[in-house]
Write a protein that binds this ligand. Structure first.
Ligand SMILES: C[S@@+](CC[C@H](N)C(=O)[O-])C[C@H]1O[C@@H](n2cnc3c(N)ncnc32)[C@H](O)[C@@H]1O
Length: 270
């Protein structure tokens, strides 16, 4: 989804105002990318311990993308989706690569996705699942599903994807009612932002101990860190992030990739 590099200049400038650039403060984010300043910032105050932090400028983000191995079928889907009228955000190629890596590291057999859209992230997951693996993928929009199904077919992974058409919360509840609790290795959440807490609670039942729940958009275009922004989605995400931080049932890491992803692992002692 939205790269941090494409945060609005207003938000980004505010975020960067407390930081000291080397060698000199940029006037805009674009000037960082195209003129002189390197994408390295050093925090000035003790709070950050003068730590060096990489800021992902457009130039650096181009470089990151040039180092992503994106399968041609995924690239085609991404490009077709981007040209659709009113197109929504897909995960970015670097995010898709990370999701695929996590699935492979886990040796996952059973995965869940909440929010397929046209299928970019779900296809990235299905491509790396073993032949015996299954991805239960939830989506309410039938038109998006048509595109996703077309690409699952073309990629030869249709047999690995079990589409649940409808509201995701209902699909997740019916999996629990069918006795599938603790049977999934990996879950990815990228649907209605105000429902994240509900998705998370249901997925925590469905995922096994040691399994992962990955949540997208946790930085919400930087708005979660801006006290001036208080719309309902931003407040929900802020509350969700706090809830995750305090939740002793999981280990967690917030990763500033794409629009921000939190990786949670279900702990043994819940
Ligand atoms: C940001 S898009 C997902 C993008 C997708 N992960 C990708 O990388 O291409 C969010 C999707 O969630 C779906 N969605 C939103 N609310 C939903 C709900 N309550 N139940 C099921 N799907 C939902 C939307 O229709 C939309 O397709």
């Amino acid at each position: 989804l939205l790269s941090l590099s494409s945060l609005s200049c207003r938000t980004t400038k505010r975020r960067l105002a407390s930081l000291h650039f080397v060698p000199s403060p940029p006037r805009t984010v674009r000037s960082l990318a195209t003129v002189t300043a390197p994408p390295v910032v050093v925090a000035e105050d003790d709070k950050y311990g003068r730590k060096q932090v990489i800021s992902v400028t457009p130039q650096l983000y181009d470089y990151i993308l040039s180092n992503v191995r994106e399968p041609p079928i995924l690239r085609e889907l991404r490009e077709e989706t981007a040209t659709m009228p009113g197109s929504q955000m897909q995960v970015s190629p670097d995010q898709a690569q990370l999701l695929a890596m996590l699935v492979q590291i886990l040796g996952a057999q059973r995965c869940i996705e909440v929010g397929i859209y046209t299928g970019y992230s779900s296809l990235a997951i299905a491509l790396v699942l073993p032949e015996s693996g299954r991805l239960v993928a939830c989506e309410r929009d039938v038109k998006c599903l048509e595109i996703a199904k077309k690409y699952y077919e073309r990629a030869g992974v249709s047999h690995k994807v079990d589409i649940k058409h409808g509201l995701a919360v209902e699909s997740l509840r019916s999996l629990i009612q069918n006795g599938e609790s603790c049977s999934f290795d990996f879950a990815f959440v990228d649907a209605e932002k105000r429902m994240y807490s509900e998705y998370f609670e249901l997925l925590l039942q469905l995922v096994r101990i040691g399994g992962l729940i990955v949540i997208d958009n946790v930085l919400w275009h930087g708005k979660v860190a801006d006290p001036q922004v208080n719309d309902s989605k931003t407040i929900s995400l802020r509350n969700f992030n706090r809830k995750i931080l305090e939740d002793k049932r999981i280990s967690t890491s917030m990763v500033p990739i794409g629009d921000g992803m939190t990786i949670c692992q279900k702990r043994a002692d819940i």
